[in-house]
Design a binder for this molecule. Structure first.
Ligand code: 9G3
Length: 575
């Protein structure tokens, strides 16, 4: 393709709403174009890279026996009423009506659609297992779209659904997809970690998020370099401190004026924070939104309460619990804001972190203004209605698998795999007849990849101050020939021959034949991030050109023939 003919508008400056590198660079290279908030279009270079990511996905999905189909983005409300999700989602579900006033949504995902296909078509165990997938535009009316393609309201997703006879079959399908994802992201040049993820609202029994490591990612993960434990911080298991072998001492109230925080009371008493008990006070609501009882949660003073684990311990939706108004709660339970402890509370559920069970002689609030109690011991002085791991796994804590210190990282969730079980086949009646003609529920899994988000994640992981550094596999073009002076016959001939030879060899090549100053051409070549740059300038008179890889600093002078064979070799090796 000749740049003088390409519809390409690179930008020097971008709107200041673009904060992260991928958003800035995808706009500056002219690869994407914003239509409205959270809605982007793809221009020639951007669309070429999207197609490359899609084709890598297709190859690996097909290799696992996935069958590609293409469902509509428009979904009738009736199917969502059957699955019970029509009323479960708020404004994020992009709803619309047709001319007859019939309710539809623009699909944010397609569980209902694929289950509907299968409940009509599958009747016998002989037809299982089956894996259907699509690469389709999705719509989620995000309240705060941001970071360009990272969190948009319209995006391209590969979503696959596996259908098996039973859980054992699902495990096989799940592992096949897990393996396909490893291959897909590696081929896209993404450094990605599969992370144990909280299966959240969709209720599968197990799920993993494929997270591209990036400082701008919205997901926070805890991982261990020694073993391959990796978990979203909401879900990461924590290791309890070893049980203490101290003798239990008698409780004793002490005056601790104005020590409302753990730090104050630890300093006042000259203790480590790990010798104290932290209290957090909540009120819960029933599903009519009426108050449904108080909760006091207790963790060791130096720990942080993990709200996801607290909610899971109660098995209630996250909007059914919130921090209590301590004055109101005091009247009902005897707690005292800033001086609350587990001993002596009433009419309140005690949720105790498992670590406290084995520890001895801790300092807790005395439920009395300006007093704390020393030597509080689980079992003798108080018991929990619920005892569970309620901790946030912090940087440096012991890995729950191998004990090595864990690290924290941020990441971009580019893929997710879920074991759905029979959640949809049950609600929508998708069954098959087994060998004994007995009706069985089909067991499902679902598997998503954010195609457009993957493009952004690749840019986040592959750029420098001059622009993008595309991995060969997803680069919009493999080689750019920078022709310094298109009016110079010798240069134009060398460039044209190279262009023809490379194209004949199946290399995707851009010829920068624009009437622009050399500096502009070099800056654009770096900005666009095309992996191989061949510069045709004055040396062309001697049949020589300059060869440079975008990812390396050094460049070399070669004959046109040498540059041709080097370029073909590296493209065939890395594409
Ligand atoms: C909705 C809206 C937003 C949603 C969902 C439904 C996320 C929803 C979870 C999934 C699960 C998997 C198949 C591919 C892989 C992910 N956001 N999820 O179900 F109505 Cl508005 O999409 N689906």
């Amino acid at each position: 393709m000749k740049l003088s003919k390409m519809h390409l508008k690179t930008l020097r400056e971008v709107p200041n709403e673009a904060e992260i590198s991928s958003h800035i660079l995808l706009l500056r290279t002219g690869m994407i174009r914003k239509l409205v908030s959270g809605v982007y279009g793809f221009m020639p270079l951007g669309w070429r890279s999207i197609k490359k990511i899609e084709n890598i996905i297709r190859e690996e999905m097909d290799a696992k026996g996935g069958q590609e189909i293409h469902m509509s983005a428009v979904q009738p409300a009736e199917l969502w009423e059957e699955s019970g999700r029509w009323y479960a989602y708020g404004p994020e579900l992009w709803r619309l009506k047709d001319r007859n006033g019939r309710d539809f949504c623009l699909g944010p995902t397609h569980e209902e659609i694929f289950t509907d296909i299968v409940r009509n078509d599958i009747s016998s165990y002989r037809q299982l297992p089956m894996n259907l997938y699509q690469i389709q535009t999705k719509y989620r009316d995000e309240a705060r779209p941001r970071f360009g393609l990272m969190r948009s309201r319209e995006f391209i997703m590969k979503d696959a659904y596996s259908f098996d006879r039973d859980e054992a079959g699902l495990d096989v399908s799940y592992n096949e997809m897990y393996d396909a994802y490893d291959k897909i992201f590696a081929r896209c040049g993404l450094k990605c970690r599969p992370v144990e993820a909280d299966s959240g609202a969709i209720g599968g029994s197990n799920s993993h998020e494929f997270t591209a490591i990036s400082e701008v990612g919205e997901s926070e993960i805890a991982y261990c370099e020694k073993c391959n434990m990796a978990a979203t911080t909401e879900r990461a298991k924590c290791v309890d401190a070893p049980a203490s072998n101290e003798e239990m001492q008698p409780m004793e109230d002490v005056l601790t004026p104005d020590t409302k925080t753990i730090e104050d009371v630890a300093n006042f008493l000259g203790l480590e924070q790990s010798r104290t008990i932290k209290a957090l006070l909540f009120v819960t609501y029933d599903n009519e939104g009426k108050e449904n009882g108080y909760v006091a949660a207790f963790v060791r003073g130096d720990r942080e309460l993990n709200m996801t684990k607290l909610i899971n311990a109660f098995d209630i939706p996250e909007h059914a619990i919130e921090f209590a108004d301590e004055a109101k709660m005091a009247a009902a339970t005897g707690c005292v804001g800033g001086f609350t402890g587990p001993v002596g509370l009433h009419d309140c559920k005690l949720v105790v972190d498992s670590e406290l069970v084995g520890l001895r002689n801790l300092v807790a609030g005395a439920n009395r203004e300006n007093y704390h109690t020393k030597n509080v011991n689980y079992g003798r002085d108080y018991e929990g209605h619920i005892v569970a791991d309620l901790k946030v796994l912090k940087e440096g804590d012991s890995c729950p698998v191998c004990g090595a210190p864990v690290k924290h990282a941020r990441g971009i969730e580019v893929g997710q795999v879920f074991k759905l079980g029979t959640k949809y086949s049950e609600s929508m009646g998708a069954t098959y007849k087994d060998e004994n003609q007995k009706e069985q529920l089909i067991v499902m899994g679902c598997y998503g990849i954010g195609v457009t988000r993957t493009l952004a994640a690749v840019v986040e992981q592959h750029h420098d101050e001059n622009g993008i550094i595309w991995p060969m596999s997803v680069a919009p073009y493999h080689v750019i020939i920078t022709l310094i002076n298109p009016d110079d016959e010798a240069q134009a001939k060398v460039a044209d021959d190279l262009y023809k030879e490379l194209s004949k060899a199946g290399v995707e090549v851009l010829l920068d034949d624009r009437k622009e100053r050399p500096g502009v051409k070099f800056k654009d070549a770096d900005l666009l991030g095309i992996p191989v740059r061949i510069t045709v300038g004055k040396l062309a008179a001697d049949g020589q050109v300059e060869y440079k890889l975008r990812r390396d600093a050094d460049k070399e002078v070669l004959t046109a023939e040498e540059a041709l064979s080097k370029a073909i070799a590296i493209v065939n090796e890395e594409k």
